[in-house]
Design a protein around this ligand. Structure first.
Ligand SMILES: [Zn+2]
Length: 394
């Protein structure tokens, strides 16, 4: 049992509270039961007496649901600092840099891949991320993709097979798509929950993406797609047609893409990854246009060594507010409940009764500081499954 009181602002995302989308309770307390689920939330003054005697008082700080980072690429070898430096000196980003990481990933030992992924997962945890989705996609051979998923499965249950990240240099595209849909899929499925395709210029076209996602669905995997990051294409329309859980990036969108996503009524989420735009000096997606159309938005880090080498969800929230016209409340919702929706989960991303007890204690009295104080360490403690796993509550 864990009882926390003295919470200035408790963001629950609990729809049943009718206190706006964030379900905010002020001067609040929260109780976690022995099954590591939320059993009580409310104003501290109403905290049942049996809980009060063991309560930890957090002295007027805010608590938010743990961040759900629904899009990361944490399994890789090496880094691409040189490429980053070159890009910042004027070169443009293309999907080809993925092959640099492929070479380093194939050369790395399983132990070093695991240690690197763990290091990044720990870094994410310390900034409040309690759930991570992790993709393969830097092995690009049957053995190396299967190995990447095995590493990913030591970090999270939200594992994604992304053999279709780019075509490796030793293969022709049609042969590679057959491999991804055949032997590679068979070897990767045991450690994968999802399948994803990079459907964009320099990666896979709509027909190849349709074949790959179709094979994944047949193998029992959930569907996701990288769509419309580098230029406008048919990725979002394909994603909606196939009923994917999430279309990710959505940087270049026309009205037909917007209405297709809106027509799914939240079944297909648009996952926006503003640190990818930040780190490639690209145009940010227009979140306001999506929100006004009624589209459900998730925010995620896209953590990868090429185009977005950060695990910081507070930074993502900050950018979404400062550069994508989201309100502070909308951005926090999208980084928590939105991420959960992108993973089709209802047990995380929210602090309703019965939810998994995943939350972050901030060092401020309000969640607004997440956007208001970009780049600053704002998380004092992180509770995952009812246990304080980073920092300290008292
Ligand atoms: Zn990605």
């Amino acid at each position: 049992m864990l009882v926390v009181t003295g919470i200035s602002t408790l963001v629950t995302n609990d729809k049943s509270l009718e206190r706006g989308k964030l379900g905010i309770i002020n001067n609040a307390a929260i109780v976690v039961g022995d099954d590591n689920k939320i059993v009580w939330t409310g104003e501290s003054i109403n905290l049942p007496r049996e809980f009060a005697s063991v309560a930890i008082n957090v002295d007027g700080r805010a608590i938010v649901p743990g961040f759900v980072d629904s899009h990361t690429h944490l399994v890789f070898g090496g880094d691409r600092a040189n490429e980053f430096e070159a890009r910042m000196s004027g070169k443009t980003y293309s999907a080809g840099g993925i092959r640099t990481t492929m070479t380093a990933t194939r050369a790395a030992t399983t132990e070093s891949l695991t240690n690197n992924a763990r290091r990044l997962a720990e870094e994410a945890l310390n900034t409040g991320t309690t759930t991570l989705e992790v993709k393969s996609g830097y092995g690009l051979s049957v053995t190396d993709e299967a190995r990447s998923l095995q590493v990913a499965s030591t970090i999270t249950t939200e594992t994604t097979f992304l053999g279709a990240h780019v075509v490796p240099p030793e293969s022709k595209i049609d042969d590679y798509v057959n491999l991804v849909c055949g032997e590679m899929l068979t070897q990767c499925t045991p450690n994968a929950k999802w399948i994803d395709v990079f459907c964009d210029h320099g990666a896979f076209d709509v027909d190849h993406a349709r074949a790959i996602l179709g094979a994944g669905a047949k193998a029992g995997l959930g569907l996701r797609i990288h769509a419309n990051q580098l230029q406008h294409g048919g990725g979002i329309q394909l994603g909606v047609e196939l009923g994917v859980a999430s279309c990710d990036h959505c940087t270049h969108m026309n009205d037909a893409d917007i209405s297709a996503l809106a027509d799914t009524n939240g079944r297909t989420v648009a996952t926006l990854l503003p640190t990818a735009e930040l780190c490639t000096r690209s145009k940010f997606p227009d979140a306001r246009r999506l929100l006004d159309a009624g589209i459900t938005i998730a925010l995620a880090s896209d953590c990868n060594p090429g185009s977005s080498y950060t695990t910081s969800m507070p930074l993502v929230i900050s950018l979404a507010v400062l550069n994508m016209n989201m309100s502070c409340d909308e951005a926090l919702w999208s980084a928590t409940a939105g991420g959960a929706a992108a993973l089709r989960r209802t047990d995380i991303g929210s602090l309703h009764i019965g939810a998994q007890a995943d939350f972050a204690l901030l060092n401020s009295s309000s969640h607004v500081h997440l956007a208001y104080r970009p780049g600053v360490k704002l998380v004092d403690a992180v509770v995952r499954k009812g246990e304080c796993v980073a920092g300290a509550l008292a």
